[in-house]
Design a protein around this ligand. Structure first.
Ligand SMILES: [Zn+2]
Length: 263
């Protein structure tokens, strides 16, 4: 733990009363470090959940400015932030520090790339996906598999969402289920296809809890599925993943080819 601030007694009692979590996981969680890549819709919600729950250290990276079109789904921001065109990481940091000053917040107004990923992710216990593009997710996947660091993938567009937890050496990785980033034409952005706030918060809740399980040391309860939801039609698909793909072997976690980290 790199900070000396202590949590307010009693603050987490409703959380530690949940027996499967308890004081032991809470203690580990308060000493843990997380990186959230992108503080748009998913990153906003996940950051707030982790900070309210008492994570020890949270780093945020995002190069975007708050816009009025963000507010319906990006819970850390308000119209004043949009009017001022504040960097998302600055507005997020102010809001999160006001929620829990026992949590150390570190922000970087930048875009994650292969040059800065080791500096930003090399000292954290989990990487949480708040990005809006598969190029960055494949970079995160390569880095996390190579350094054996857990990460949680999630994406949402329209009212459709998916989430998957990757524990290198134990679970499948993103490239086991998707060999290469989908072509841009089949990867519609929220700008073009739209997105509903409740779909974002629903999937961010699952993503946040998976991150909590990792940081609290409850790895045995990690989801072994790629979960896909359509919140509009209330349908869910659970795709069971029994460890890394081996026939043919996954280029990333099977063969150790980390092409997204290379120049
Ligand atoms: Zn793999």
């Amino acid at each position: 733990m790199t900070h000396s601030r202590s949590s307010v007694p009693g603050r987490y009692v409703r959380q530690t009363a949940f027996a499967e979590w308890g004081p032991q996981a809470q203690g580990a969680f308060e000493r843990s470090r997380a990186l959230v890549v992108g503080v748009g819709g998913l990153g906003s919600w996940v950051s707030e959940l982790l900070v309210r729950a008492g994570v020890g250290f949270l780093r945020l990276i995002d190069d975007d400015l708050v816009d009025l079109t963000n507010i319906h789904r990006q819970a850390l921001y308000g119209p004043t932030d949009a009017a001022m065109r504040r960097p998302k990481v600055s507005a997020a940091s102010d809001r999160l520090k006001g929620l829990n000053d026992a949590c150390e917040i570190d922000v970087m107004h930048d875009r994650l790339d292969r040059f800065n990923i080791n500096r930003l992710a090399g000292d954290v216990d989990v990487v949480v996906d708040g990005t809006d593009n598969f190029a960055t997710r494949f970079l995160i996947n390569d880095y996390c598999v190579k350094t054996r660091r857990p990460w949680v993938f999630a994406g949402v567009v329209r009212a459709e969402a998916q989430v998957m937890t990757i524990i290198p050496g134990q679970t499948a990785c993103l490239r086991c289920v998707m060999e290469s980033p989908p072509p841009a034409c089949t990867d519609p952005s929220c700008r073009e296809a739209g997105v509903l706030g409740p779909a974002v918060s629903a999937i961010a809740s699952i993503e946040g809890l998976e991150a909590m399980k990792i940081l609290g040391g409850r790895l045995e309860t990690i989801s072994p599925y790629l979960l896909r939801f359509d919140l509009w039609s209330n349908t869910m698909q659970r795709i069971r993943l029994d460890g890394p793909q081996d026939d043919p072997p996954c280029p990333c976690c099977g063969l150790g080819e980390f092409e997204y980290l290379e120049p």
